[in-house]
Design a protein around this ligand. Structure first.
Ligand SMILES: [Fe+2]
Length: 232
């Protein structure tokens, strides 16, 4: 299994604070059956200088690489959770923003700003750039204006969607919407969006078990097959 969305890389955003915390979280991921974890720190064009931020990420990533070369840890790679910005489809740094080794750009939308223009740009994104947006935690947008239109347009274009594993569990406020989107075929990836052991810990295994129980195993197999089709 691959986790394409996490804030496990220490000292970069609101996720893990220390290298020790990163190591604990990576061990927890491996115990969940995750073989490869992408570190996806938040990236905001107006807040982060990509060059400086990338240097910090590289330094912390290299420190973790040295400590995780044993079977109790998953493999690790870097990427970003890119906060949508107008002009993203013309940006010349998509190779740096994409999940390492792929043509996928994990993209977070502004809840209050899912406008016609945003939807149009997201849908045109892959045609213009060859990179495919993966919309982060789409279940969280469902009550905001523009969501229904967004879903309608996604179906017609090359846009992938990710749901947070914990949204399928317990009394999560997004549970109903997460299952609805899954059954309607919108979900390409289930990822942890791990921030810490307390805030959104890795729950992919539990989510897969809950989904299997409620919807059968085929839906999980389809997601894993799709994962294999991407050259991570
Ligand atoms: Fe995130």
């Amino acid at each position: 299994m691959i986790d394409i969305h996490s804030h496990i890389l220490y000292g970069c955003d609101d996720g893990a604070k220390t290298i020790e915390e990163s190591l604990e979280l990576l061990k927890a991921e491996k115990r969940q059956g995750v073989d490869l974890v992408y570190f996806t720190p938040h990236f905001h064009t107006e807040k982060n200088n990509l060059e400086e931020y990338s240097l910090l990420i590289k330094e912390h990533y290299n420190n973790l690489l040295l400590k995780t070369n044993t079977p109790e840890y998953p493999k690790i790679k870097t990427g970003f959770e890119v906060h949508y910005f107008s002009g993203i489809k013309n940006c010349d740094c998509l190779d740096k923003l994409a999940l390492s080794g792929t043509k996928l750009v994990l993209t977070e939308l502004d809840f209050f700003n899912i406008t016609e223009n945003v939807i149009e740009e997201i849908c045109e994104f892959s045609w213009y750039t060859g990179y495919t947006p993966v919309l982060a935690h789409i279940e969280r947008y469902h009550k905001f204006p523009g969501f229904k239109k967004l879903l309608k347009e996604i179906k017609k274009n090359k846009v992938y969607c990710q749901i947070t594993a914990a949204s399928f569990l317990n009394k999560n406020i997004f549970k109903k919407e997460a299952f609805k989107l899954l059954k309607e075929g919108y979900v390409n990836f289930i990822a942890s969006d791990t921030h810490s052991l307390e805030k959104r810990p890795p729950k992919i295994k539990e989510a897969f078990e809950e989904i299997s129980k409620k919807c059968g195993k085929d839906i999980i197999n389809n997601i894993l097959e799709f994962e294999k089709s991407i050259n991570f």
